[in-house]
Design a protein around this ligand. Structure first.
Ligand SMILES: Cc1ncc(COP(=O)(O)O)c(C=O)c1O
Length: 413
């Protein structure tokens, strides 16, 4: 039967987070029996409840007559206007709500369908169109590009380049590796970054815009973590704050992370209106938009004081958890590593006695029931590292550290 399915899907494997979860659940009885019930530091999904004000609005909206019918892929006008207001308030960015914004069923859906709208699919490798993706970067980007019938070229994010590589050097590298300049379609950037937590400077955003303009490329900025940061003086930017961005860029936002509502599936795209039109045409044959009661509740929370209070408190809690984890892992002998000012991720080297990041995270899971993600899942530059997502309770984070101590997970041992 499988041979009847297309080459793209046949060449793929299930998204790594679901595979890790399944592996941990398989081991659950064994782990529970030895007092090591799984603690998930794998998926980037906050475990807190969403803001109460949002849930109250949602409950109220459910009783509105006529609200349970189809929406549109672009989104309800009131929802788009609330986004425009938020973008102005948060980033000082002016957007035409009806032309320069569209709703998404989560930013994952938006990114994947945007790439499908952009790339001319082919199974012929030399003909494949190319997207530059951050490496390490969100594990889904590569598969999204592949399923759209294209291929990726890695943009290396390293401590040496401060996680902001010079794209002109990446272009040279691409040409030196026989890359066809006419096949490059787009660049994906993601700040604050998953898995590193790294943010970018104003100058870097300007550099990326001028690079994309020079080579006539679409710039896709994934800003899913824009509101998860710890220092008011270093608030992450929107690409649309910078001159000329709207000519070439679109940006993806998500309700999942700032409001702890990964299950609701809600986000938006904003920026270049032609690019958004193209996406909406594609989406009109694929989906019928987001459940309207959710749009009501989310439109409310974006600009409500309760929404701002919620994210401020959530970020304070995240910072506390980050401190607990960092302090604990240092006690285990870890050398200094990059401690980010944003996101709930920590990206650390694996102990030198392990041959691969997978060998380390498998051992951590089997011995201690701690579920982390091996760095190779984020690209070739991820090998030698692992990622934890500190979305569980403080108590569970402390429990992870004490299990690691008891089970001998010292950096050098
Ligand atoms: C960088 C990045 N972009 C997008 C997403 C997708 O988020 P959602 O589809 O829930 O909006 C994630 C989820 O982990 C992510 O890490």
């Amino acid at each position: 039967m499988r041979e009847l399915f297309n080459d793209y899907v046949n060449s793929m494997t299930t998204y790594i987070m679901f595979k890790i979860k399944a592996a941990a659940n398989k081991l659950r009885p064994e782990l529970e029996a030895k007092g090591r019930a799984p603690i998930f530091l794998s998926m980037g999904a906050p475990t807190a409840n969403p803001p109460k004000a949002l849930l109250d609005k949602l409950k109220e909206a459910l009783d509105t007559d006529g609200i349970h019918t189809y929406s549109t892929p672009r989104g309800e006008k009131f929802f788009l206007e609330a986004i425009a207001q938020y973008m102005k308030r948060r980033f000082g960015v002016e957007l035409d709500a009806t032309k320069e914004i569209a709703s998404l069923i989560g930013s994952k859906e938006g990114l994947a369908n945007f790439l499908r709208a952009l790339i001319n699919p082919t199974t012929e490798d030399s003909e494949k169109e190319v997207v530059f993706v951050p490496d390490p970067g969100y594990a889904s980007y590569s598969q999204m590009v592949e399923i759209a019938g294209g291929k990726t070229f890695s943009v290396p994010l390293t401590a040496e380049n401060n996680y902001m590589p010079d794209l002109n050097e990446v272009w040279e590298d691409y040409l030196n590796k026989d890359g066809n300049p006419n096949k490059v379609k787009a660049v994906i950037i993601n700040y604050p970054n998953n898995p590193l937590g790294a943010t970018a400077t104003r100058d870097y955003y300007k550099h990326v815009i001028s690079f994309c303009k020079k080579h006539h490329l679409v710039l896709m900025s994934d800003a899913a973590y824009a509101d998860l940061y710890f220092d008011e003086n270093e608030r992450p930017f929107s690409i649309l704050e910078f001159e000329g961005a709207k000519d070439i860029a679109v940006e993806f936002f998500s309700f999942s992370k700032p409001y702890a509502m990964t299950g609701a599936r809600l986000g938006w795209i904003c920026g270049n209106k032609d690019a958004i039109d193209e996406l909406c045409v594609l989406k009109s044959t694929i989906d019928n938009g987001i459940y309207k009661p959710l749009q009501v509740a989310c439109a409310y929370i974006l600009n409500a004081p309760e929404g701002d209070e919620y994210t401020v408190e959530a970020n304070k809690e995240l910072k506390r958890k980050q401190d607990i984890f960092v302090e604990g892992i240092k006690e285990l002998g870890w050398p200094d590593f990059y401690v980010p000012n944003a996101t709930f991720y920590l990206w650390m080297p694996i102990p030198p006695r392990y041959k691969s990041s997978k060998e380390f995270t498998d051992d951590l899971m089997k011995k201690s029931g701690i579920i982390a993600v091996p760095g190779h899942a984020y690209g070739t530059y991820g090998e030698g590292f692992f990622r934890v997502s500190i979305v569980c309770s403080e108590e569970k984070i402390r429990e992870c550290i004490s299990r690691m101590k008891e089970d001998g997970f010292y950096y050098n041992s």
